[in-house]
Every structure is written in C-alpha cells, then in structure tokens.
Design a protein around this ligand. Structure first.
Ligand SMILES: [Mg+2]
Ligand SMILES: [Zn+2]
Length: 241
C-alpha cells in the first residue's frame, strides 16, 4: 500500500456514532452518542480520515426512499463540522434480501458483514486499509472490518461492572454446530480490556474463565472492546500504527 494513502476509521452510524433510533431518517432526531465528539476529535487529530459505513435496509424494506438519506448525511456532516472534524465519506447499503422494494431486494456485497462498503470507500478515497480501523456496536460491523483487512473495535454500551455469574445455557461444547470454534468471548473481552488501563473493565477480576460462555465466531472478534467512541479512539491512537 502506498504511503501516500491515509489511514481511516470506518464508523458504523446507528448505535455507534449516533443514538440508535431504528429506521430514522428525521435529521432532527439524529443525535451524537456520548463520547462521540471527544473520540472523533482525537482520531482526526491523529490523522485518521473519518468515514461512515452503514446498513440502511429501510430503503429495501420500503420504510423510506433512498433520497431521504441525503438529509441524514447532511445532518451528520453538520454535527461533525461543528465539532471541528470533517466527514470524508458517507457510504450506505440500501439493500436487503427480504426487502419489498424490488430494486433493492437482493443479496449484495455491501451489506455488513460483507466488506463492500469499506472496500469501495478505500478505493475511492485512497485509504490505507492496513493502518485503518472499524468501530461498530454489533458483530457484523467487526466482521465487515476483518473481511476488509482492518482492525476493529466493538462498542459495548453497558459494560459488565460486576463479577459475571455462570450462564450455563450459553456454554456450547467446542466442535459443535456452526460456531464450532466459539470460545469464551466474555473472558476474552475482559482480558482485552484489562490490557487497557483506561477501560472501566480493567478493574474486574479475571476469574470468569470457564463460567460464562458466549457464542461468537472467531471472525467476529474485535481487536478491542470499548464503552464509547471516546474510549475507542484512545485505544486506536494509543496502540501504535
Ligand atoms: Mg449499529
Ligand atoms: Zn448492499
């Protein structure tokens, strides 16, 4: 990859950059999440281009026209600009296999966890994927990033602040089913966060191993877990590039 290309952070929109209001396209209800401004400023100052990558199946589902996303993008650009950070790209997937609007009702290569949006943005904006990250609030955000070859951070809005109790029903024997290589993600998350003293999870004892199971495909594992964009930005900028 050319050194002239810039690193980026690919941001999920709903539940990551803004508070999640399902299928909302009213600009007046677009509100940045707690920690977003601080996080975005930190990332921008560190040289990362900021790009939104978002699934917008409401188009395929007939809940709003694709044109409604213009005002949403405009609002997001305003919010970021007022915080002093430019948005260099807004990429969305309007498709869904079960959609009702014929033109959008199909499988595609851009609906996360597919990596299409990230790859297209990288191509069009000359971004260096090897130095880039994705931040999202669900596993398909992480998986899209991994498939595109970027590191990832999963936001967990409500981190566990208490010692976890055994949840036997979530424990699945290794080698079974579609998640054959599942492991104890909760334990891994605690470990990952413990490596970052800024995390509120870092104070937790690491005694949950073997008690709390959580089915996650390895490709959906993030590099780090953060409580909000501010912490995610600290992890990214502090991790070395
Ligand atoms: Mg989301
Ligand atoms: Zn798509």
């Amino acid at each position: 990859m050319s050194h002239s290309s810039a690193p980026a952070v690919f941001l999920d929109k709903d539940g990551t950059l803004i508070d999640d209001v399902p299928y909302n396209v009213d600009p007046g209800r677009v509100v940045l999440t707690k920690g977003a401004i601080e996080g975005l400023r930190l990332l921008h100052a560190a040289g990362f281009r900021l790009v939104i990558v978002t699934n917008q199946s409401g188009v395929a589902r007939g809940l709003f026209p694709e044109s409604a996303l213009v005002a949403v993008e405009e609002r997001l650009r305003e919010l970021l600009a007022s915080a002093g950070v430019p948005l260099v790209g807004f990429y969305y997937c309007p498709h869904h296999p079960d959609g009702v609007v014929r033109a959008y009702a199909r499988a595609c290569g851009c609906r996360k966890p597919e990596p299409g949006l990230i790859l297209r943005a990288a191509d069009e904006l000359r971004l260096d994927l090897a130095r880039s990250w994705t931040i999202g609030d669900i596993s398909s955000d992480v998986e899209a990033g991994r498939r595109a070859g970027v590191r990832s951070i999963l936001l967990e809005a409500r981190p566990q602040r208490v010692v976890l109790r055994p949840q036997a029903e979530e424990v699945v024997p290794a080698g079974s089913g579609a998640f054959a290589e599942f492991t104890f993600a909760r334990t891994k998350r605690l470990r990952m966060n413990a490596e970052h003293p800024s995390s509120p999870l870092s104070a937790l004892p690491l005694d949950a191993r073997g008690e709390v199971g959580y089915r996650v495909a390895p490709r959906s594992w993030p590099d780090f877990v953060a409580v909000d964009l501010a912490e995610a930005a600290e992890q990214i900028t502090g991790s070395g590039r």
